[in-house]
Design a binder for this molecule. Sequence first.
Ligand code: GUN
Length: 295
Amino acid sequence: MTATIIDGKSVAANVRRNCRARVDDLWRRFGASPGLAVIMVGDNPASTVYVRKKIQACADVGIKSHKFLFSATESQDVVIAKIQELSADPDIHGILVQLPLPKHFDLKAVLGAIDREKDVDGFHLYNVGGLVVGETVFPPCTPYGVMLLLDNAGVEIAGRNAVVVGASNIVGKPMALMLMQREATVSVCHVKTRDLAQFTILADILIVAAGCPNLITGPMVKSGAVVIDVGINRLANGQLVGDCDFDAVRKRASMITPVPGGVGPMTVTMLLVNTINSAARSLNLAHEDFVFEEL
Ligand code: GUN
């Protein structure tokens, strides 16, 4: 068997076209422009790249973005005061604090200062809690993007064995909750899991978000599984790879996401979706008008 490639770039491009149309529609019908505030503290090189991509993606679909850069030595109070100001600003519909923050910051205090109605990353405890009961306002972008890729590829979820490798707050845990909400039987593996293969081999849907190149080898994958590789790792030779031994896993899986070009393009795209939906919510538009089910 050779797996079909799930082309995240192409799905993301379709969603972004849809975003553009919805931004135009909000402007035409209501004179409203979605606004996203991006806060970055310090100059982490990876964060600088991600923030640039987010700002560019906003520009591409017509979302107004506002960037606020603070030095790594800035006090937490100053950053929180800015978040409070943005939370009260009616032209801002999404507030994103790029992570990681410098060590002297209390992550909970910073994320807790974001108005939960503008928490487009879905990191505020209110939205995290909402995930548990299947009612979060803002699904976190990476697992939200994975769900869209699965749906777009026509993958059945209910009743299937889904195994999530990696239990981070940003990807693994919300991913598991979203799959549970769709009635998959979910196992979550992490760095302390013994004999990872005994779990992965049972997966009809295998989602890997561990940040470890070649963690998943061919024999660890059930024949015909759908494999979603969320890992992004830079090798010493400069090559960008995921967490799977791609060539070997591709021979066993029925579908697989490549790295790059799989999940990556979806993460920023779903941030755009959350921001546009937030703007629509602020106008009290029916949510059904603005969800992206038709994609
Ligand atoms: N750092 C790594 N991933 C993310 C993300 O999805 N959102 C934010 N705000 N920071 C991150």
